[in-house]
Write a protein of this length. Sequence first.
Length: 687
Amino acid sequence: MFNGIRLEKGKLVVEDKEYNLISGEVHYWRIPKESWCIVLDRVKELGLKIVSTYVPWNYHELEPGKYDFTGETSPQRDLDGFLSLCKKKGLLVLIRPGPYIYSEMPWAGVPEYAAKYHRMHPKFLEYAERWITAVAETVVRHQYPKGSIVLLQADNELDTWEHLYGDQLGLYGGDGLFQKWLRKKYSRIEELNEAWGTKYTDFSEVKAWQTRPEPPINPYLKRYLDFCEFKEWYCTELASLFIKMYRDRGVHVPIYLNTYPWGHPQNFIEFRRVADLIGIDVYLKNMIPEEELVSFSLMLKYLKATVDIAWSAEFECGIWHDWHYGAGVLEPQHYRYMAFLGLMFGLVGWNWYMLVNRDNWYFSPINEWGRVRKDLYPTFKKIVEVYSKISPSDNKILSDLSIVVTRDHIWGIRSKWAKEFFSELHRNYLDFNVYEPLVDNIRGRLLLYIGSNYIKKHYLRNILKAVEEGSILLVFGEFPALDDSGEPLEEAKSFHVEPIASMGGGTYLLGIKKNSISFSTDKVLIYDPHEVKGEPLVIERIYEPKIDEEKVYSQLVSRKRTVAGYMVTHGAGKVIVLGVKPTVGLLEKIMELLDIPIYCRSQVPGVLSSIHMDEDKYLLFIANTVNKTLSTKIEINVHALNLEDKEELLLEDLTEGKTYKLTAKELSEKYCLLKGKDVKIMMFRRK
């Protein structure tokens, strides 16, 4: 609780009044002061109750140590007046005073003299502290309950920016922060040499290995991981320093941090330990092509798995100059599609950046004079209307499938099968959550691991603890058995077996729990039946000759039985290792054999479906990711939702504004017609 403010179940609670975490960015200094009033009116007319703004250091600083926050030198510098106007309009404020803001400002928003140093350089910290001391006076005067500021962002997308400050940081040798961090981790140069396989004589000789190694297990892996850990330490340490500066100067509202969408070098888990809220920044190409759809889904689900509130601090609302060439013209339908997909993937809210247009920016629904774009503004109003009906909080995505994602996967150390599998998963969609073993937040009955054959010891321990307590771990390929130095893990000995051979692709029958399923794959790992752990998993090759001369080959290999995996009981759960390339079809069949329900499923490739549960209601999301109109049948497992066939339900189509009465049986096979690149959202509950 911060002077009557708290963040709870996906909401901002001020005293006892709940606010949805949805807002829009308005840059007062980029708007004529005479337009502030009408601009804020247009924001309110959308249905928003919160605005957000940066405060640019290099604009308010007239000379080092001298500032204007009241508009004495220019009306647009009147931060004090803008915050007073927000309070008068009844708008809450998220304030973002840096030090850095980026925002297409010269030197990313800091003065030129400060930009010469990396952020943790003593000189930069000295200058930044002077700025924070000055701007905090205005912030404190306008923070709740005196004013309307309810959240503060400390700095912006904290980063090492090694492409600029690599030499200062010591990434190419010398005596920088990188060397100081290594000394703390390894104590002696001999320890570092043993871990890295190097022959340095002094820490000043050490250079950072900044390139992801291929394949993962090679002599440079440990060096690369240390570089990644250093960057995350740097960002978290800086976050702590800036947060403390604001707190020491009287800021008592919740403080949040924003991050890149891919989760590195800003570590969500560590950031959450030092800040009150974490938000990712999301910018996508028009209509979200498939590769961006996959990353959008994975990062939102990873965010939901690692922090208590899945929120976007910058949610695309227009695009900056230069990137508009890559993003394309952002159409009204793009904003609707992106927002509703975000809700489907687990977001509870966002801050639209930029809701109001400015210099170096395109495609916002409100311009600098308070005029609205007639093609965009109604779309945003509809999004807010649907969002408000849902009022998303801590909705539970109903899926008993959780895909294991670790920090190393975020750093790019992944299975060679991962990219192809995730693309297929989003074409032939099975809904899923992400499981981050360090947090243990969303633990499914089935944990799917398709990482590399190396894993850190503490990750494996946590995964096996989940299995011991009842989860089933399904590993495609080999069970991960090596640590980040390439040494065997003691914890893996009961579960890892080296394959003795591999076979090519084809169609196979797999036996699990006295049942058989057929599948096709392009590679199978073969295990010695005398060495496998637990129960062997046997496959049979099905070879159908296409021409007469293939009959002899069919006689040689068809129905040949081979051990391609094994199943080990561990506590109340099981570990299943299957030495084949993962496919969605095979995964679906395995889930059926293991009695793990699939709550909803589209019968048409490219159509995604998801069910969320929130207290007494359910939300059904159906997304057409193809750029053409599709008709689809959604199969809903009403029995897994504890609904009886004859139960009467009320279903409201939130996107169309229509309400229906139907039985659970009728709901179980829902037919939909979906426009291209659109999402339908329906809410249903017992009558």
